[in-house]
Write a protein that binds this ligand. Sequence first.
Ligand SMILES: [Zn+2]
Length: 116
Amino acid sequence: MLISAAYYLSYVEAVELYHQLQAVEVQALVKTCGPPTFPFGDGMYYQLLIEEVDAERAQEAVEAFELQRTTTTGPRCPMCGTRNPLPVPGLPWWKRLFYAGTTLHKCPHCGAEFPL
Ligand SMILES: [Zn+2]
């Protein structure tokens, strides 16, 4: 049975944890989750699924990863990991509606737009 090892990872984080799990011989499955991106419809976050039998082996790697993740503060671009994305001013009304409850941010590095 597959269980979820980590939720709400950015793409960069998901790849990082995936490699860390591979290092301890745990094969992880990366799936999108969270609110859909516009206009593609896939979730903008990623989750890692692992086999339940691998959970014990994965635990240390996941815990180390979570610790490292919580000690790095501030929002990051989900595509390239750049810190401190900027809020996008003057959105068209339909974009404001689509991202209601969040603020659309733009990455100064790669130009990706995402709600925070
Ligand atoms: Zn970026």
